[in-house]
Design a protein around this ligand. Structure first.
Ligand SMILES: [Zn+2]
Length: 470
């Protein structure tokens, strides 16, 4: 039985989606004004792993993750770069797709952008005004937080505690516009020169919180099965989303709230964030770190726990991943002398590993215990591959099981071709000769380098090209 820790109730609950067999899941995406840092990547990896596990369990997962493509930071950065807000958004959405593809995050079923949903956002805000939950004030529209009875429930705070904090955080341009410091903006009037859209309240743009309420319900229905994001989004972002959505639809907004832990860095385990200026972007890391290693490192810590980012921890992840790949390669290597047929004992053993893996992961996606089962499977596979006689079907069954379980962590195992045979070398030498005749020296050098990497040294002699193995 799959259990998930629900932030709203603060306990592990049995996971039951609204419609059997289907999971409607929304994950808050990035504001696209920069490359994603590894704190963003952590969230994307954590919930991609959850998604993969749900799919492994047989669910059809509708996974929606938004791009916040207009807000104060976007406007500021676009001005700094001398480009428009949509140009800035296009640039970093493209970068997001490249970086997340590198760390093997499945594309969302849908990646809606706030600016592509302006009519829906306006209609949603209007609905909140019509039913008394929101009011227009000097071109802005605000939500009356105190009117929503459960405000503060998700983050476990009373409205009076929140009031104290809120009074200190009213921004300058909001002074005098709000009925109550607790109120938050749904729509903001445009300042001169700012990107804007026509609305019943004048030219302006949506607030941040409203876009998620609108896009999640538009694409997934009034009640989502899972809404996820980083811990730092619990308040105010997710609190506000609940208030907006439930006031508009009159239905429960989310069945299970999931929040991932932080990434810490340095000897003091400081939280990594843009405001602390200690963040590292995925774009930079993967220039020196194998993206698969980064993925494996982050996917093997349970989503609610903090991750300590360090070279030592990355090295551990690299070694563990190598260990798994080596087992896979050992199995591949034995295929040459394997006898035909299956091995019932192996099939039974693998069914047992699968059961234990599911038990581990069903406990709030406990990937640490899940990967521990995979390591035991690796050990069993290595033992089998060392037997004097092996069966083809058993080798394949081990390989399939390893590939299947490790794919939930976002790792693709493929057979590595470590051996280069003489025919292949000769074919490459022939191709190189052809390239030289055509004066395509770039290709000719490339082939020589490729072979050198595999320990094959070429010598050009008057009688032709000879080769030797290092
Ligand atoms: Zn959101």
């Amino acid at each position: 039985m799959l259990t998930i820790y629900n932030t709203l109730t603060r306990k592990k609950e049995e996971f039951k989606p609204l419609h059997p067999g289907v999971v409607n899941m929304y994950v808050c995406g990035p504001t696209v004004y920069n490359y994603i840092h590894i704190g963003n990547a952590r969230s994307a990896i954590a919930f991609d792993t959850v998604r993969r596990y749900l799919e492994f369990k047989g669910y059809k997962v509708n996974y929606v993750s938004n791009f916040t493509d207009v807000d104060d930071k976007m406007i500021k950065e676009a001005n700094a770069e001398g480009i428009t807000v949509p140009q800035l958004a296009d640039k970093f959405i493209k970068a997001f797709m490249e970086d997340t593809t590198a760390i093997n995050i499945e594309p969302a079923t849908m990646h809606p952008r706030a600016t592509e949903n302006i009519p829906e956002i306006i209609a949603f805000v209007q609905k909140l005004i019509d039913n008394g939950y929101a009011y227009e004030s000097d071109g802005d529209v605000y939500y009356r937080a105190r009117k929503f009875a459960h405000y503060g429930q998700l983050s476990g705070q009373s409205i009076d505690d929140l009031e104290v904090g809120a009074s200190e955080h009213v921004s300058e341009d909001e002074i005098g516009k709000k009925e109550d410091p607790m109120d938050f903006a749904l729509w903001k009037a445009a300042k001169p020169g700012e990107i804007n859209w026509e609305s019943p309240w004048g030219k302006g743009r949506p607030g941040w919180h409203i876009e998620c309420s609108v896009m999640s319900t538009k694409y997934l229905g009034d009640t989502l099965d899972i809404h996820a994001g980083g811990q730092d989004l619990e308040f105010p972002h997710h609190e506000n989303e609940i208030a907006q959505s439930e006031a508009a639809t009159g239905k429960p907004f989310v069945r299970y709230w999931m929040h991932n832990g932080f990434v810490t860095i340095g000897k003091d385990n400081e939280k990594m964030s843009k405001s602390l200026h200690n963040f590292i972007t995925v774009h930079d890391i993967i220039k020196t770190v194998d993206p698969q290693v980064l993925r494996f490192f982050m996917a093997t810590t349970q989503y609610r726990r903090p991750i300590q980012y360090s070279d030592a921890n990355l090295t551990d992840a690299k070694n563990n991943l190598n260990h798994i790949q080596t087992a896979y390669d050992n199995l591949t290597y034995r295929e040459k002398d394997a006898a035909a047929g299956n091995d019932e004992a192996v099939d039974k053993q693998l069914a047992d590993f699968t059961d234990r893996f599911i038990t581990a992961m069903d406990d709030d996606i406990n990937v640490q215990n899940g990967i521990a089962v995979v390591y035991e499977l690796v050990k069993a596979a290595n033992t089998y591959a060392q037997r004097p006689t092996v069966k083809q079907g058993a080798l394949q069954a081990y390989k399939d099981k390893l590939a299947q379980l490790i794919s939930i962590f976002g790792i693709k195992l493929v057979a590595q071709d470590n051996e280069i045979d003489d025919d292949k070398i000769k074919a490459l030498i022939e191709e190189r000769n052809e390239a030289r005749r055509n004066k395509d020296f770039a290709r000719s050098d490339q082939i020589r380098d490729e072979l050198k990497k595999q320990g094959i040294i070429l010598e050009d002699t008057p009688q032709g090209t000879r080769y030797k193995k290092e």
